[in-house]
Design a protein around this ligand. Structure first.
Ligand code: ATP
Length: 214
């Protein structure tokens, strides 16, 4: 069974780093689809700059005509602090029998020990981690333990089992971040070609990110 990929994030705004990561993983791991799941409020950092409804509109515009990519707004509908473990448990209930694969950039994976219920995550989904410019992993303690117990290198393992595999993948790196895009806009510089034109149009039409660079 082809796994369903899940890429969670703030998407404030969605950019080509996210979209290429999702497409590269979909192709490398032969995923049925990749659901982009915008969070409502992150537990450990400042709230997003753009309102949830606009972050969702930007995502919808970004994935239009890109078949392996879809948007899942379940965290926005919960409208409170978003925990990945809850989202995965919900998806597991909605998609019984299907492998799930949580896609993470290396920076996100390196901080996984701080996530609520992180030990349960590998029991609910596979993890596919992408190397990201500027982010390295010095595995120690719990992360090393995850690698030792769950690490695989063959993507077909993710098709044979529903959960429990951890795969680290070298995907072509795009040094793009949402925070750098927000900072560019706040400084009056152009973010064109770092993100889809349709997303930039929404940013301009709604005067997003002009005030503060977070
Ligand atoms: P910010 O700069 O505000 O922290 P971000 O660009 O990192 O935002 P997020 O929405 O926080 O974007 O990231 C969601 C997921 O996408 C995370 O797992 C992150 O590691 C990954 N990601 C974001 N940008 C890239 C990129 N350029 N290459 C690979 N992975 C990325």
């Amino acid at each position: 069974m082809k796994p369903v990929g899940i890429l969670g994030g703030t998407f404030d705004p969605v950019h080509h780093g996210h979209l290429r990561l999702a497409i590269e993983m979909a192709e490398a791991l032969d995923l049925a689809e990749v659901r982009l799941v915008p969070l409502y409020l992150p537990p450990h950092r400042e709230p997003p700059t753009a309102p949830a409804a606009l972050r969702l509109c930007m995502l919808d515009a970004a994935v239009a005509d890109t078949p392996p990519l879809t948007v899942d707004d379940r965290e926005l509908r919960r409208a409170r602090v978003s925990y990945t473990v809850e989202t995965l448990a919900g998806l597991r209930g909605d998609l019984p029998g299907l492998p799930l694969c949580l896609i993470l950039g290396m920076d996100a994976f390196a901080g996984i020990e701080g996530w609520q219920g992180w030990r349960e995550i590998i029991g609910l989904a596979h993890l596919a981690v992408a190397k990201r410019p500027g982010s390295t992993l010095s595995p120690s303690g719990a992360i090393q333990d995850l690698l030792d117990r769950h690490g695989v290198t063959d993507p077909s393992d993710l098709h044979r089992r529903e959960t429990g595999c951890l795969l680290i993948r070298d995907v072509p790196a795009l040094d793009i971040s949402a925070s750098a895009i927000r900072a560019r806009i706040a400084a009056g510089r152009s973010p064109r070609h770092l993100l889809p034109d349709a997303v930039l149009e929404l940013i301009e039409r709604n005067s997003l990110y002009r005030e503060t660079a977070k």
